[in-house]
Design a protein around this ligand. Sequence first.
Ligand code: C2O
Ligand code: CU
Ligand code: CU
Length: 503
Amino acid sequence: MKRREFLLTGAAICISGPALAQMKMMNHDMPGMGTMPNGQMMPQADIGAASLPEGAPLRDLPRLVNTATEPGRFEAELNAAPATARFAEGLDTPVLAYNGQTPGPLIEAAEGDHITITLANRIPDEESTIHWHGMPVPADQDGNPMDPVAAGADRVYTFDVPEGSAASYWYHPHPHGKTAEQVYRGLAGVFLVKPKIDPIPPAYGDTVLFFTDLRLAADGTMPPNNMVDLMNGRVGDYVLVNGQKNPILSVIAGTKRRFRLFNATNARFLRLSFGETTPMTIIGTDGGLLEAPIADVGDILLAPAERLEVIVAFDKPGTTTLGTLDYDRGWMGPGRPNEAGLSLLRVQAVEGSTEPPPPLPARLRSIPDLGTPSVKRRFVFGEAMSMGANGMEMAFMINGASFDMKRVDFVSKVGQVELWEVQNPADMDHPFHVHGTQFQVIERERGGNVSKPLYKAWRDTVNVARGETVRVALRQDMPGPRMYHCHILEHEQLGMMGQYVAS
Ligand code: C2O
Ligand code: CU
Ligand code: CU
């Protein structure tokens, strides 16, 4: 087991390959962590520099128009290119956008659809890809870093969304060494797969809340990642919902609403609550609906890349705030952001005539057990930091190794059920994500105490808190290379990722 080494003595640990290359690329001159020479090191340094308007009506994300002429097909183009966004009054912010939009356009397909989406990479001098986060797509269509789309090139992604795969997915770039930056600069969007028959009453609506995290310098630009960002993952100054700061959703008092929550931030842990008097009912996770609703939930932790679906009842007229509570995910160095007390969305319930909402069904669907795993694997997170000749150097590892695109970490069998044990002896929480499939959490262990999850669910991302071990069962149904990694994107970029091949 690798403990994090934190050496300020000049004794360099061994960092090789992409992690070191990345550090050199950042070209930071770091005299030491304790003595931050300038305010630029602080993640929150620019707070208040720009003023973002708030309180506008919550917008629906624009939809990607389906240009297919036959039913059962979805065809479109996503053009990734520089664009300008207006977040703060009077300031233009250079961003990266899909079809001019950040967040990208919402893709809505139905189970059984055949998808053809062309990525036009118009990002100058940068490779990109589109990864279909959480979706069961063939490995060669999943936007792996091994399959880059060159600057100026087009690439067609094609795959089917199978029956039973309805869920709240998302898409984002996954190029080698550039994922974190392309995502925080604006490239990410929602991919909804709708079921043929939805057990959730349509009267609840279906509201997407796509959380991103923005940092703006005083001139309206997005500052590059600093050393604190590389250690902890980039945490911005503003958590936006559908690209807006603290918007307002108006509802009629006495209604119930369905929300789909997406954590599309690079590294922000969102512990969310509508307040003590407004509990949530969880109905779904990354991979779609639960078997039965989980009522009376006061707050939920949404780690980077996770999604949850909840139902909330707004019984009386008045304003309810979707806000954040404190969550300590382990913070390295200065500038721990204040996670608690952010208002992300306000729901205004107004008097009006409405039918009483139909009840939520007691049973939503059934989730099969995966069966007894025939293989067990162990993944151990590691963090290492030290002072080297070029300043602070860091490595993020799984099983002692940083990601190497040319290395296949192991080979598995298509259709084989496996038990993966993910250990986090390090100092920060790391949300673990696997491509191409959905898994089930079997148990968590901390300090010798083992606990079972409260409900069965399909997930593609699970937070492994520091000091915790999480065991999941999974299976890959299609052959090919798949990534697994920490979804703090700076950690992924600095090496906390592996690659395996199912065959
Ligand atoms: Cu959203 Cu490799 O992941
Ligand atoms: Cu993914
Ligand atoms: Cu991590």
